[in-house]
Design a protein around this ligand. Structure first.
Ligand SMILES: [Fe+2]
Ligand SMILES: [Fe+2]
Length: 194
């Protein structure tokens, strides 16, 4: 179960990273090549980051992985505290990003600059956060969590997830991710060139 749980978490990180990379690419295209903003695509990406990362991935990590690891080893206290703080901060960064997109869509003159700044603030935080989870937290978890803990984590992150987070969320997010890939132009996705 350990490998199953870890594979799901790494896979979720890869999906999030793909959307973040795509977002940065689109912003650079808009700033450097004057590409007009595709609000449908940008909206879908921001919705994905909020609904998948903020409302599902992060809370599951906190509730299952971090909480269990804190019970099993005090060595993890410091890194768990740091990651929990980053989960809180990333909610604010997400709200800033939504706000900046609304300004861009409203045609505020500095809208693109503000949106671009919000994206550039979020990205390094997100990379660093995922890297700390993968390089520091997961190795500690591998060492200290029990087979029962891993079964519980795998179930929470698995297909039917935790009912507290809604019915069949994984299907919905896979569909949403495919929609983003279908809307996004190459090299991010397979959508139409614009
Ligand atoms: Fe996290
Ligand atoms: Fe994570």
């Amino acid at each position: 179960m350990q490998n199953t749980a870890i594979a799901i978490i790494l896979d979720e990180h890869r999906s999030l990273a793909a959307v973040l990379h795509g977002l940065r690419h689109l912003v650079r295209e808009m700033r450097e090549h004057g590409r007009p903003p595709d609000f449908r695509l940008l909206g879908a990406m921001l919705y994905y980051l909020d609904a998948f990362s903020e409302k599902l991935h992060n809370p599951k990590e906190s509730l299952y992985l971090f909480a269990r690891l804190k019970q099993r080893c005090s060595e993890a206290d410091e890194v768990v505290a740091e990651l929990e703080k980053q989960h809180q901060e990333s909610s604010q960064l997400g709200r800033d990003l939504d706000h900046a997109l609304a300004r861009l869509e409203a045609g505020v003159p500095d809208g693109l600059e503000l949106f671009s700044a919000a994206v550039e603030r979020l990205l390094p935080e997100a990379w660093q956060h995922m890297a700390t989870e993968e390089k520091v937290l997961l190795p500690l978890a591998r060492k200290h969590l029990t087979e029962g803990d891993w079964a519980e984590i795998a179930a929470a992150f698995g297909e039917n997830g935790d009912p507290r987070f809604g019915a069949k969320p994984d299907h919905e997010f896979r569909d949403l991710f495919s929609r983003i890939v279908n809307l996004a132009p190459p090299p991010i996705g397979v959508g139409p060139e614009r």
